[in-house]
Each structure stands twice: as structure tokens, then as C-alpha cells.
Ligand binder design. Structure first.
Ligand SMILES: Nc1nc2c(c(=O)[nH]1)N[C@H]1C(S)=C(S)[C@@H](COP(=O)(O)OP(=O)(O)OC[C@H]3O[C@@H](n4cnc5c(=O)[nH]c(N)nc54)[C@H](O)[C@@H]3O)O[C@H]1N2
Ligand SMILES: Nc1nc2c(c(=O)[nH]1)N[C@H]1C(S)=C(S)[C@@H](COP(=O)(O)OP(=O)(O)OC[C@H]3O[C@@H](n4cnc5c(=O)[nH]c(N)nc54)[C@H](O)[C@@H]3O)O[C@H]1N2
Ligand code: SF4
Ligand SMILES: [Mo]
Length: 698
């Protein structure tokens, strides 16, 4: 039976798959035991690659929205019409009148990674947005400021660490993020077997917390306080030991001064963690043979996301765990994205430009997506009047998605490059659908860069695309050529990849990769500092100005919390990821959505009792921006005072053409989140801790 080997590109884990197939039909999808990174791991989403491939709702040719519904048009007509409309808007209102939003799957797509750049250049707008600012923007700002490159992101060396502190991440469900660690359970077990510990800090006793050695509930958005107090303790107990890199860092004294005001006692009430627990945690961390603090979504999409990601690096560095085995290390990928990109050394570049309406900071040519709707809705020079969305569903995935939905409806023109008519793309005038998944070749530029072990893997397409289909990169190229008025360089992604691999640190070639069907093992993470620092003085900047200043905002807010009354919204809302879900777009797979309703409101028994709500009862959740109806699920796995709703649901909107998803609509948490709630430093969306109340219905 024909067998195909590839990497799954649905999430960051890039698991190796073994796919048996016959006559253009998938017969089975299993984990590849011989993949050097995933070693057989697989999750329930992998089989959905087949469902997406076979999905009758998936678009394969361009469609135009008319009063009578969607009509099929030819690629040439579609490209011409899109280019003409974008140019028309730009001619009349300026180049920035066209906005762009790039969604998450772009990063999981070789062709898009290589071809979106020339397209954006041809379009020439400053109004660019992406899912980054609803996700990991604080990590990039911290890396740029401290190491001089926004993509020099430290990854936990989970295969060798003796102590892992996980703040606001749930890798047993998410399979790791900015930490490509397929089969994270195996790594966790490994840590425990070598006598180490895993500690989780989270307002919910998550799947990961349940398997950890210890779990602490923390009040949403208070992690910066915990980190400051841990660093305080490390200075107080004189366990600061930066080790080998001691002479390659600046700002230790400043850090000591900053943390002096944040004793464990001073932060205990606000964080919800006892002072004695904070002290012990800091001690265990500092004294472990090796340790790594890792914080993700919960420590990033919150009001102090920037402070958290900065302090996490500071904690790792001061304890000698940055760039050492078992600590937070850097990869050496075969495709060296860091070498090719980034404002190397230009640490002051962050926030150089500001968004027109709210003055939110630009990072890497993009404004925070929280500002997108207002840039469309607010009249004046520079207003966005046309949009390009690519592999994104911001109506469901960005704060106050409702408002964005209205904004999209008011545009002069919109084009979406996407495979579905969903909550966002239904607003487009034209949809350009690319190939996806099994029809594409893949090499993961980004997630090899963020992996816990150096490997490289190339996946050829399993199935030939139909002649009428186009790849993402072909769509980008066709549009770029029309907008720029000249042909591109004609080099396909595989050839570009080959060049990059040959130029990379391992001097590989595409041919070598293509022959190694399971992937190539390039060894464990290796220390590389100070050599790879991009800061002007070639030192780690432990106390960059922007972060030091932001401590002032935190202090001012602490005073405000002291005088706080609940003002009608006594509960704090957080999100949660689910194993059989991937952001907003995989709910059209029957296998993934079957079973009991998953889009529920988790709440603690005490809060349920106060609100007079019973398990399974439908309730109204109200915030300052909206209200949704949702079923209550009562459990003490969530902290009292906190409630949780998964994101990516809410498929009941008019015009969504995804039959299975529509039958399991759920409700969108982002009708409750507020675009004004951001991390005041980076502009990242602050999804954690949205004030809400519950009302009974009926
Ligand atoms: N199955 C599945 N896997 C996925 C995805 C998916 O949708 N489904 N999405 C992928 C994507 S795009 C990403 S970015 C990654 C994300 O990967 P993770 O960050 O590991 O995933 P989350 O489940 O969002 O984890 C965030 C955790 O933070 C907690 N939290 C919320 N607020 C706070 C807070 O203020 N402080 C602290 N300490 N914790 C808090 C939440 O309870 C939650 O457990 O997952 C990826 N993998
Ligand atoms: N409240 C709350 N909101 C969140 C989060 C949260 O935890 N809580 N998580 C945030 C995070 S981490 C992220 S990454 C964002 C995700 O936000 P988005 O990227 O905006 O949303 P997705 O749901 O990933 O939508 C992906 C889109 O890409 C399309 N697509 C899939 N494959 C392809 C392809 O190969 N090519 C093209 N062109 N299109 C394709 C899908 O049909 C879908 O429309 O959501 C964020 N929003
Ligand atoms: S964990 Fe992610 S990469 Fe691995 S099989 Fe599941 S969806 Fe695919
Ligand atoms: Mo994400």
C-alpha cells in the first residue's frame, strides 16, 4: 500500500505522520515513530487533514459575492478585479487605505512565508495587522529589546531540565507554543524521572497542571507580580548566579533596585499566591541543577504581557539558566530565519510608528490588531477603506470581534485568501482559495526555529492539486505581479528553500531532505551566546528602558486595585484551548466536533451558587462590550472568581457556509473581550481577566 510521510502543519508541534492511501483516498493517518522530533506522537486533529481535504464546503476556485449569492469566476478575472479594486482605493485615498490582516496558518505555510513579503511590498501599505498581536507579540518585543532580534526566542530545553516552571501555558493540550515539543507528556515524565519537578501557575487546574508536581492558582493578569517577587527573593537570598554569561549582560543593578519593592509579602494578596509559596518556588528554581521558566498565552495575552515575557528572561538569566543545558536555549535550524530577517540590533525600532487613532505601537511593520476596527471605522486621512485578509478569521479571533465584523461590512472592497466562507470571509467581495494541507509541500521555517531539538523535515505534497487550484504562493505572486506591474523572480518555493538550506548552518540541500523521509536529526540545542547577540554592545540588556518604565504603570494599577469595587462585573474571564479544536477553523470536521457540547462557561461551584446557576444550565455572560448565551459547566478546576470560555466558536452568523460548524455553533468569547483592553506596553490583546457577570436566562 502506498505510504506517505509528512509533517502535520496544523499546530506548532509539526508531528511526523505516516499516511496510507490508495487511489487518491486517505486510508489511515498515524504518528511516525521514526520522526526524530515527534517520535510517534500525534493528536486527534491530525486525522482532520483528511477531513479538510475531502470537505465539500472547502472552496477550490475563486468566488465573487453578488446580490444573488456567491458566483464562481475564473482566476484571471479574480486577480484582475482584486488588483484593480485595491489600486482604485489606493489611488483615491492613498496607499495606507488598504489594510492587511495575516492570520495564524500563514506561519504554518512554506509558500506564504516566502511569498507574502513581495506581495506586501507591492501593496505598499503601512496598515498591516496579524494574529501576532492577539498572541505572542510580547515575546518578540522582549527578544528584540534584550537580544537585539525579535526572533531570537529562547526555547525550554525540556529534554535536560531539572525544573520547569510553566506560567499560563497548557502544553498537554496545545502541544506547545513557542516551544515545539510534540509529545510534551513524554518530556514531562522525563523531567520527573530524572528527579526534577514541573510546576504550573494558572487560574485553572489544567490538564498540564494535573500531571505536574505542583500547581498554584493565580489571579488573572498578576503574573508579573509573581515574577518580580521571585526575582526579589533570589536577590534577597543571594542566589543570583548568572554564570558563564555574567560579563555579557547589563542592568543587573537596575533589576535589583526594581524588585526591591516587590517582596513576596507585598504581592501575595494581589497575586493570590502565599508569600511562603513564592519564596519556596524562587528557592527551588534557583537551586535546581538546571531550571527553566516558560510562559505562554496566559502570560502574554494580558495587561502586563510585555513585563511577563521580559521578567521570565530575566529570571532565567539571573539564575544562570539562559543558554545553558536544561535552561532556556536557542535553536540552530537548517533554515536560519534569524539570519535572514529582522531589524538586527535596532532595539529602539519598536513603537517608532504609532497607529492613527489610538497611537498603538508598531512592531515589525505591523500595528496591534486591537486597533484594526477603529482604523476602518474612524473617518479621516489614513482611514482603511479596503481589506485583504489572508488565512485569518479575525471576526472570531480578535478582541471585540463584533465591532470588527461591522467594520468589515462598511468597507469599499475586501478580498480574502482563504479556503472557507466563514465568519470573516463572508464579508469579502472576492475569495481566492488556495490549496491546503495534503495538497501542499511543507518545510517548517518557523517551528523548527522554535523546537526543543534541532531537526529538519521536508514534506512533498501527498496529492497533486487539481489543475484549477492555486497554491497560496501562486496567489500572492499573481497579485504582487499585477500590483507591481512587473513579473516576480520566477523562483518556486522549493528552489528558494534549497538555497536557504545550503546557506544555512547545517549546509543541507533539499535533495538530502527529500531523501530523509522521516526528517533529519540535527542534535540537541547548543549554547550560542554571546556570539549570536545582535544588541549594539553585544550584551544581553537585562533592563531595557521600555520595560523599566512600564513598571510604573503596574505600580499605579496596583494602587487602583486596592481601591477597586467590582463595578457590576464581579468575575474575571479567561480562555481555554481544547484538544480537538484549533483556533476557529477546524469545527467543520465531524470527527472533531462530535460528542458533548464543548463551548461552555467553566465556573467554580461557589460562583455558581452565588449566581443561582446549575450545571448544564444556559446563562447569559455579560461584559462591557457584549453578551453571549452559553451553557454553564461547574467545576472546581477553575479558581473562584474566574470563569473560562474557549475561543474560536460562534459559527451561527448569517452567511457562514460551513455546514458541520454551523450545526455546532457555540458562542464567541470575543464578543465579550474588549479591544481597549491591551497590554499598555506592546499593544497585545489582553484576553485574560475580562470583567464579566453572569445572568440567568428564561
Ligand atoms: N488543541 C489546540 N492546540 C493548539 C491551539 C488550539 O486552538 N487547539 N492553538 C495553537 C495556538 S495558535 C497557540 S498560540 C498555542 C497556545 O498554547 P498555550 O499557551 O499552551 O495554550 P493555552 O491553552 O492558551 O494556555 C494558556 C493558559 O493560560 C491560562 N491563563 C489564562 N490567563 C492567565 C493569566 O493571567 N495568568 C496565568 N498564569 N495563566 C493564565 C489558561 O488557563 C491556559 O491554561 O496553542 C496552539 N495549539
Ligand atoms: N479570546 C481569545 N482570542 C484568541 C485567542 C485566545 O486564546 N483567546 N487565541 C489567539 C491566537 S493564539 C491566535 S493564533 C489567533 C488566531 O487567529 P486567526 O489566525 O485570525 O484565526 P484562525 O482561526 O487561525 O483562522 C485561520 C483561517 O485560515 C484559513 N486557512 C486554513 N488553512 C489555510 C491555508 O492553508 N491557506 C489559507 N490562505 N487559509 C487557510 C481558515 O479557513 C481560517 O479562516 O486567535 C487569537 N484569538
Ligand atoms: S499535535 Fe499539532 S502537529 Fe501534532 S498531530 Fe496534532 S495538530 Fe498535528
Ligand atoms: Mo496562536
Amino acid at each position: 500500500m502506498p505510504t506517505h510521510y509528512r509533517a502535520c502543519n496544523l499546530c506548532e508541534a509539526i508531528c511526523g505522520l505516516v499516511i496510507e492511501h490508495e487511489d487518491g483516498k486517505v486510508l489511515s493517518i498515524r504518528g511516525d515513530e521514526q520522526d526524530p522530533l515527534s517520535r510517534g506522537h500525534i493528536c486527534p486533529k491530525a486525522v482532520a487533514l483528511q477531513d479538510i481535504y475531502e470537505d465539500p464546503d472547502r472552496l477550490k476556485y475563486p468566488v465573487r459575492r453578488t446580490l444573488a449569492g456567491w458566483e464562481r469566476i475564473s482566476w484571471e478575472e479574480a486577480f484582475d478585479e482584486v488588483a484593480a479594486n485595491l489600486r482604485k482605493v489606493q489611488k483615491k485615498h492613498g496607499r495606507d487605505a488598504v489594510g492587511v490582516y495575516l492570520g495564524n496558518p500563514n506561519v504554518h505555510n512554506l509558500g506564504s512565508m516566502l511569498f507574502s513579503g513581495p506581495f506586501l511590498k507591492a501593496l505598499g501599505t503601512k496598515n498591516r495587522f496579524s494574529a501576532t498581536s492577539a498572541d505572542q507579540l510580547p515575546h518578540h518585543v522582549a527578544a528584540l529589546s534584550m537580544f537585539g532580534h525579535g526572533f531570537l526566542l529562547p526555547v525550554p530545553d525540556v529534554s535536560r531540565t531539572h525544573f520547569m516552571l510553566i506560567i499560563g501555558a497548557n502544553p498537554l493540550v496545545s502541544n506547545g507554543s513557542l516551544m515545539t515539543a510534540p509529545g510534551f507528556a513524554r518530556h514531562m515524565k522525563g523531567i520527573q524521572e530524572r528527579g526534577g519537578k514541573v510546576v504550573v501557575v494558572d487560574p485553572r487546574r489544567t490538564e498540564t497542571a494535573q500531571k505536574a508536581d505542583a500547581h498554584f492558582f493565580i489571579c488573572p493578569g498578576r503574573d508579573a507580580l509573581l515574577l518580580l517577587a521571585m526575582i526579589h527573593t533570589i536577590f534577597e537570598e543571594e542566589t543570583v548566579a548568572p554564570g558563564r554569561l555574567k560579563d555579557f549582560m547589563t542592568g543587573i543593578n537596575e533589576i535589583e533596585e526594581i524588585v526591591s519593592g516587590f517582596s513576596p509579602e507585598a504581592v501575595a494578596v494581589h497575586s493570590g499566591i502565599k508569600a511562603s509559596d513564592i519564596r519556596r518556588l524562587a528557592r527551588d528554581f534557583a537551586l535546581a541543577p538546571s531550571a527553566v521558566c516558560y510562559g505562554r498565552m496566559g502570560a502574554s495575552t494580558q495587561a502586563y504581557g510585555g513585563l511577563c515575557q521580559w521578567l521570565i528572561i530575566v529570571l532565567n538569566t539571573l539564575t544562570g539558566n539562559l543558554d545553558r543545558e536544561g535552561g532556556a536555549m536557542f535553536t540552530q535550524p537548517a533554515f536560519d530565519h534569524v539570519a535572514f530577517t529582522g531589524s538586527k540590533g535596532k532595539t529602539g525600532i519598536f513603537g517608532r510608528r504609532r497607529s492613527r487613532v489610538s497611537g498603538l505601537p508598531e512592531y515589525s511593520g505591523e500595528f496591534p490588531v486591537a486597533a484594526l476596527a477603529e482604523e476602518i471605522l474612524t473617518p479621516g486621512e489614513g482611514q482603511i477603506r479596503a481589506m485583504v485578509t489572508v488565512a485569518g478569521n479575525p471576526v472570531l479571533s480578535t478582541p471585540n470581534g463584533n465591532q470588527l465584523d461591522e467594520a468589515l461590512a462598511s468597507l469599499d472592497f475586501m478580498v480574502a485568501i482563504d479556503i472557507y466562507i466563514n465568519e470573516t470571509t463572508r464579508r469579502a467581495n472576492i475569495i481566492l482559495p488556495p490549496t491546503t494541507g495534503l495538497e501542499t509541500e511543507h518545510y517548517d521555517i518557523i517551528f523548527h526555529l522554535l523546537a526543543v531539538h534541532n531537526t529538519a523535515k521536508y514534506s512533498p505534497p501527498l496529492f497533486e492539486k487539481e489543475p484549477e487550484q492555486r497554491h497560496d504562493w501562486q496567489i500572492f505572486q499573481a497579485l504582487a505581479e499585477r500590483l507591481a506591474g512587473q513579473p516576480g523572480n520566477g523562483m518556486p518555493p522549493a528552489q528558494m528553500l534549497d538555497y536557504a538550506l545550503r546557506a544555512g548552518p547545517h549546509k543541507l540541500s533539499l535533495k538530502q531532505l527529500a531523501e530523509a523521509t522521516h526528517g533529519i536529526d540535527l542534535g540537541p540545542l547548543q549554547p550560542c551566546l554571546p556570539g549570536r547577540l545582535f544588541t549594539p554592545d553585544k550584551k544581553i540588556a537585562l533592563a531595557p528602558n521600555i520595560f523599566v518604565q512600564d513598571i510604573g504603570r503596574l505600580k499605579a494599577d496596583m494602587e487602583a486595585w486596592d481601591n477597586n469595587s467590582a463595578n457590576g462585573f464581579p468575575l474575571e474571564l479567561i480562555g481555554r484551548r481544547q484538544l480537538r479544536s484549533n483556533n476557529s477553523w477546524m469545527h467543520n470536521s465531524r470527527r472533531l466536533v462530535k460528542g458533548p457540547e464543548r463551548c461552555t462557561l467553566l465556573l467554580h461551584p461557589q460562583d455558581a451558587q452565588k449566581a443561582g446557576v446549575e450545571d448544564g444550565q444556559e446563562v447569559l455572560v455579560v461584559s462591557t462590550t457584549g453578551a453571549i448565551r452559553i451553557k454553564a459547566e461547574i467545576s472546581d478546576e477553575i479558581m473562584p472568581g474566574v470563569v473560562s470560555i474557549p475561543h474560536g466558536w460562534g459559527h451561527g452568523l448569517d452567511g457562514v457556509q460551513m455546514e458541520v460548524a454551523r450545526a455546532h455553533p457555540g458562542a464567541s468569547i470575543n464578543e465579550l473581550t474588549d479591544h481597549k483592553r491591551i497590554d499598555g506596553l506592546t499593544g497585545n490583546a489582553a484576553f485574560s481577566g475580562v470583567p464579566v457577570r453572569i445572568e440567568r436566562v428564561g
